[in-house]
Every structure is written in structure tokens, then in C-alpha cells.
Design a protein around this ligand. Structure first.
Ligand SMILES: Cc1cc2nc3c(=O)[nH]c(=O)nc-3n(C[C@H](O)[C@H](O)[C@H](O)COP(=O)(O)OP(=O)(O)OC[C@H]3O[C@@H](n4cnc5c(N)ncnc54)[C@H](O)[C@@H]3O)c2cc1C
Length: 581
């Protein structure tokens, strides 16, 4: 027998890769039956128009990899232009044209302008999930920040702020939109927001016509979307108490109308049309980041920058957590869902077309299992996230949502990083090549989603605190138990009920505990609670749409995530000895 012609083998190998890329029809919404089924489940009133809208946007996203690859490529990253050509201070950021092209597509979908519209929360979340299929947070980070800013202004903003800023924040036209950023973190710490030292000095009292005007002085260490026209900022008013209690919340514009104090006129048109100059701030530098690279994150000095008070001063911390951060934690999870679906798309397509040892690699049991797990986790993350979006929009269970979204932020980000690694392993060495797949970019971005908006242990500590102080596990477990009881009797239903019964016991122990070492059990509780929530959502979905989500998916999902007891599994580590004390 003649040995195969090496030229034929090379051609065939390359042809397989071309066929893989050509097999993607770019229909990233309709082509994802599980995602469509979830929209039908979580937004049962969404009509054909919503599905066509999502399909249209899904196709636009499917055709945009080139733009996103370009704007996150080293030579095209954002650049700080501190001065203009005449040497005037401007503190602006310059982006590659591809960044703006991609932004026009995203904002044009209406993802921001539908904020707060009745019945559109799930649609909005899926628009965000589709946008995040490319990972790169250049626009998805500002979307998350702006969503929180809109809510905060709607709920506690002075009427003049609402009138001046909301139309711009809800404007879908890229060149006429306002968008926001949120700055809490200072160099001395991100998690410990109560250590904030940025100072606020009152310079104009609130009137019926205008919010109070403040001068802000200090330094913020991580200022993402520093190009934004508006920032939400935490700062401590002169003489206010130490810790989180003494923090106020402010809206700070990047620009002021030239030669005029902004005090009496928080007018959005001053942010566009009138001659303007930068507020009293200096962007020291843009950070050189591991991920989310097309988005500009700066270190900023505030030198008496003008800002408007947002809500009562003594509610500043409460509002920034409950409204701003909790919103972006939910959006962070949506971003993770998008990256999970993209990883699945990459890995599953590759596994069908790439051949090794004479067969498609998807035929190897371990490869197949890895791809299947990415699918299951993409379904699980999307289901738990859309579930929270729907419950939040209904306003029926705010306490359950508060605990659920903190747990969900932690778990979805951790699982996303893990699953992108699965997808990279399926693709093999080519996954390390930046223009072969987007997985490298996604992986770097996923690592960032794990720490911003709350690092793991901080979220877990918050969940534990919320259980002890506010018993938030009660409405959460009641909600899950009620829904598990509504499933048809099956081994799946009894498995879920058993898990919930164990969670009840674990929760009671955690609530009673005064031992800080039990933080490890709190971590296990959060993970087990998330598996129960996601398993339940998958069971409901597979019951409703078994062709899109096979009933084996929830079974297998629960099997690969056994209920675990943290301390027993990890043993006890002598921390003080490890720290050398
Ligand atoms: C790319 C990027 C962009 C960012 N953009 C912004 C932004 O625009 N605005 C903004 O405000 N911030 C931003 N951040 C900062 C981010 O929110 C912080 O990094 C995050 O809150 C963690 O704070 P830290 O990095 O100071 O870590 P630290 O707070 O110092 O935490 C370090 C470690 O200690 C642990 N830890 C801290 N406290 C506790 C506790 N009570 N219990 C148990 N463990 C604990 C944490 O889990 C973590 O593992 C950004 C971060 C990144 C990476």
C-alpha cells in the first residue's frame, strides 16, 4: 500500500480548518437552540418581534470578530491624549476606529436604551450576552456601569439630574449617547471600600432646581471607562464618620462648560455642544492590563473636581452597593454567559472538523466530555443569570435576588475561566495563537471578571454576613424548594430536594457559627447553593424544551458537582504558620 502523499495530508488538514470556520453560519442567536429556549422560558411574553430583533443582533455579533480582534490588538489599544495639539489640557482617550464601529453596533441594538422598560429585562440581558460573545469588555464594561448609573439616577437622583442626564444615558445613538463609569477602588484597597479617603467639600447647597454641588479631592486607583462623560464616585464629605457609614455618592462629569461653574446647571447639552474643558482631574496613566484591554482603565487624581450629590449623603454606601454594584454584578454574570457560549461555539465546531488518528477529535470520549461540559455550564450560567434577571424585574423577591446575585457573580466567573480552559484544551496548541481563536482573549477577560465587582472571598463573606444578619438564605431556599416541588416526580426532583435539605442544615450551621474559620464552609455553601439553583433551572428548562436541553444535561451537571463539605475536603491549614507569624 502506498503511503499517503504528504502534500495531500497538509491540504486536507488545512481544508478541515477552513471547513470548520465556514460551518459557522453567523446566526449566533437562532443557531443556539438552548438560548432561544431560555428566552421563551424566562420571557414567555416575548413575541416574534423580540426573537427577530435578537436574531438580527446575533448575526451582527457573529460578523464582528474582526473588529473586536482589531481593537484589542496591541498596536490599537486606547491611548491617553492628555493635551491637545495646542497644548491645552483635555484628558481624553483615543481609540482605534474599529472600537467605535463595534460600539455603534452594540448601542444600536438598544441594549442600553431599553433599561427599565417593562417586560424587556430578559431581552436586554440576552443582548448583553450576545455582545459578550467576543469577551472584550471595551463596550460591555461601560454597559454594565451605565446600567447601574441609570438605575441610581432613576431611584435617588435629584429631579434636575434625572431631567438632564437620563435622556442621554438612554440614547441608542452612539455619537450622542452619555455613558458612565463607577469609581470606588483606591490604592489602599478595593474590597475595603470603607477605607476610601477621597474627600468631598460642599460648595453649593441643594435647591429645588439643582442638586448639591461638591468639590472632590483625592485619588482613585482603578478607573475603568475613564473616557466616559459621567462617573459615579464614592467620597467622604468633610467631617463625616469613618468607614462605609461616612461615604457619600456623587456624579462627576468629565467635562465642564468652558469658563463657567457647573453648579446651577447639570445640563447634558453642556456635555456635548457648548465649549467645554476637563473637570479638575488628571489621568496619571492608563493601566497596562492582562485583559479587557480595549477598555481604558486609568489612575486618576481629583483636584477639586465638581460633582453632584446622588441621593442622601448617609445612604451613599448603601446605594452604591444595592443599586450600582449589584447591577453590575448581574451584568458581570451576563458577560460570563457570553464568553461561555463563545467557548462552546469554538470548541464544539473544532471538535467536529479537526481530525486526529483518522477520526474527528470529538469522537474521543474525553474530548467529547469536555465539550459537553462547556455546553452544560453555558446553559447553567445563562439559566441562573436569566432567572435572577426575571425575578429582579418582577420585583417579587428582592431579598432572594440580593443573595442570589452575589453567589451567581462569584460562581459564574469561576466556572467561565475553567470552561474557557476546557475549550482551549480541546483546541490544543492552536488555542495559544491569538488570531486562531478568540479563546486567549476570552481567558484573560474572564480572569478579570473574577475580581472586579467583588473578589471571590469578599462576595462569600458578604453572603455569609447577609445570612447571619438578614437571614437572606430563608427567602432563597424557600424559593428553590417551592420550585423543586413543582417539578414532576423523578430521580432529578428527588436529587434536588435532597440537596436543598442538606443546604438547610448547612445554612443553619453557618448562621449559628461565630468562628471565622468557617468562611471555608461558607464558600462550600455558596458553591453548593449555586449548583442547586442551576440544576433546578436546567431541570425546569429540560422539562419545557427537551430537544434544546436534553434531560440528561441537569442529571450530568449534578453528577459532576457533588455536594461538598469544605473543611472536611480541604483539611485544616495552619494559616498563622503559613504567614510566618
Ligand atoms: C481590569 C480592572 C478594572 C477595574 N476597574 C475598576 C473600576 O472601574 N472601578 C473600581 O472601583 N474598581 C475597579 N477595579 C478594582 C476591583 O474592583 C478590585 O480589584 C476589587 O474590588 C478587589 O480589590 P483589590 O484589588 O484592592 O484587592 P483587595 O481588596 O486588596 O483584596 C485582595 C484579596 O484579599 C481578599 N479579601 C479582601 N477582603 C476580604 C475579606 N473581608 N474576607 C476575605 N477575603 C478578603 C480578596 O478576596 C482578594 O483575594 C478594577 C479591577 C480590574 C482588575
Amino acid at each position: 500500500m502506498n503511503s499517503p502523499n504528504p502534500i495531500d495530508a497538509i491540504s486536507q488538514g488545512r481544508a478541515d480548518l477552513i471547513a470548520w470556520r465556514q460551518s459557522d453560519d453567523g446566526n449566533w442567536y437562532r443557531g443556539n437552540a438552548a438560548l432561544v429556549a431560555m428566552v421563551e422560558h424566562f420571557a414567555p411574553h416575548a413575541g416574534a418581534q423580540v426573537h427577530s430583533h435578537l436574531e438580527h443582533f446575533g448575526r451582527q455579533v457573529g460578523a464582528s470578530e474582526g473588529l473586536v480582534h482589531r481593537c484589542s490588538h496591541d498596536p490599537n489599544l486606547p491611548v491617553l491624549d492628555r493635551f491637545d495639539y495646542l497644548g491645552r489640557r483635555q484628558e481624553r482617550v483615543r481609540f482605534d476606529a474599529s472600537y467605535h464601529e463595534w460600539g455603534k453596533i452594540i448601542y444600536g441594538s438598544g441594549v442600553m436604551s431599553v433599561t427599565g422598560q417593562a417586560g424587556r429585562a430578559v431581552e436586554q440581558a440576552v443582548l448583553m450576552i450576545l455582545s459578550a460573545h467576543h469577551g472584550e469588555a471595551g463596550h460591555t464594561c461601560p454597559l454594565a456601569c451605565t446600567a447601574g448609573m441609570i438605575k441610581a439616577i432613576q431611584r435617588c437622583g435629584h429631579p434636575a439630574l434625572q431631567k438632564a442626564l437620563l435622556p442621554g444615558l438612554l440614547n441608542p445613538h452612539y455619537d450622542r449617547r452619555l455613558y458612565g463609569a463607577q469609581f470606588l477602588t483606591e490604592v489602599q484597597g478595593g474590597s475595603d471600600v470603607g477605607a476610601n479617603a477621597t474627600q468631598a467639600t460642599l460648595i453649593g447647597a441643594e435647591t429645588a432646581e439643582n442638586p448639591a454641588l461638591w468639590a472632590l479631592t483625592g485619588e482613585k486607583w482603578f478607573c475603568s471607562v475613564i473616557d466616559a462623560p459621567l462617573y459615579v464616585l464614592t467620597a467622604r464629605p468633610d467631617g463625616a464618620a469613618a468607614g462605609t457609614k461616612g461615604l457619600g455618592l456623587f456624579i462627576v462629569p468629565h467635562d465642564l462648560p468652558q469658563g463657567r461653574d457647573v453648579a446651577q446647571s447639570p445640563m447634558s447639552h453642556t456635555l456635548f455642544d457648548t465649549p467645554r474643558e476637563p473637570n479638575q482631574l488628571t489621568i496619571r496613566r492608563l493601566k497596562h492590563k492582562l485583559g479587557t484591554r480595549a477598555m481604558a482603565s486609568g489612575e486618576v487624581d481629583w483636584q477639586g473636581a465638581r460633582g453632584w450629590q446622588l441621593g442622601p449623603l448617609d445612604q451613599g454606601f448603601h446605594h452604591v452597593v444595592d443599586i450600582v454594584l449589584n447591577t453590575s454584578r448581574l451584568w458581570n454574570a451576563m458577560a460570563c454567559c457570553g464568553m461561555l457560549w463563545r467557548s462552546y461555539r469554538e470548541a464544539s465546531g473544532f471538535a467536529r472538523f479537526r481530525r486526529a488518528f483518522g477520526q474527528p477529535i470529538g469522537h474521543f470520549a474525553n474530548t467529547n466530555a469536555m465539550v459537553a461540559q462547556v455546553f452544560a455550564e453555558a446553559c447553567a450560567a445563562t439559566a441562573s443569570t436569566l432567572d435572577l434577571v426575571a425575578i429582579d424585574a418582577a420585583g417579587s423577591d428582592p431579598d432572594a435576588v440580593r443573595l442570589g446575585l452575589n453567589m451567581n457573580k462569584y460562581w459564574t466567573s469561576v466556572r467561565t475561566t475553567q470552561m474557557i480552559r476546557n475549550a482551549m484544551e480541546v483546541i490544543g496548541g492552536n488555542a495559544a495563537i491569538e488570531d486562531f481563536t478568540p479563546l486567549g482573549r476570552l481567558y484573560r477577560d474572564a480572569l478579570v471578571t473574577e475580581s472586579w465587582e467583588g473578589a471571590h472571598n469578599v462576595l462569600i463573606a458578604q453572603c455569609w454576613r447577609d445570612m447571619q444578619r438578614l437571614s437572606l438564605h430563608r427567602p432563597w431556599l424557600d424559593l428553590l424548594s417551592r420550585r423543586a416541588g413543582e417539578l414532576p416526580m423523578s430521580s432529578l426532583q428527588s436529587a434536588l430536594r435532597q440537596r436543598l435539605a442538606v443546604l438547610e442544615v448547612d445554612a443553619a450551621e453557618l448562621v449559628a457559627s461565630r468562628n471565622s474559620d468557617d468562611a471555608r464552609s461558607a464558600r462550600a455553601f455558596v458553591e453548593n447553593a449555586m449548583v442547586a439553583h442551576q440544576g433546578l433551572c436546567l431541570a425546569e428548562l429540560s422539562q419545557r424544551a427537551p430537544t434544546a436541553i436534553d434531560p440528561a444535561v441537569p442529571q450530568q451537571f449534578l453528577a459532576v458537582h457533588p455536594h461538598r463539605r469544605a473543611v472536611a475536603e480541604t483539611g485544616w491549614w495552619p494559616e498563622r504558620a503559613l504567614l510566618g507569624q
